[in-house]
Design a protein around this ligand. Structure first.
Ligand SMILES: [Zn+2]
Length: 89
């Protein structure tokens, strides 16, 4: 499926994207933009979504193959700073 994300002129938030990791149902916090230079053109970009926990794992998977990778935070709104939590979760 093609991840179509049209800009919604309004306050209606689209359905929250989930982590692309198999078996993971957590909401995604990161957006991994990558491509395989051997099969993808320079203008072709694949996008994986990842939660906080799997971002490292998915990124490692791609970088281990020397794929060009750009990781961006999904949260567009400024002011959402849910970091600084004590203890693991
Ligand atoms: Zn995940």
């Amino acid at each position: 499926m093609e991840p179509s994300t049209p800009m919604e002129p309004g306050g209606a938030a689209p359905a929250r994207s989930l982590c692309s990791r198999a078996g993971c149902r957590r909401p995604a916090d990161y957006r991994l933009e990558w491509r395989n230079p051997r099969i993808h053109g320079a203008d072709r970009t694949k996008v994986w979504l990842a939660c906080e926990e799997h971002q490292d794992e998915l990124a490692a998977f791609l970088t281990a193959r020397a794929f060009p990778l750009v990781v961006r935070p999904l949260a567009g709104d400024s002011g959402s700073d849910a970091a600084s939590r004590s203890g693991g979760g």
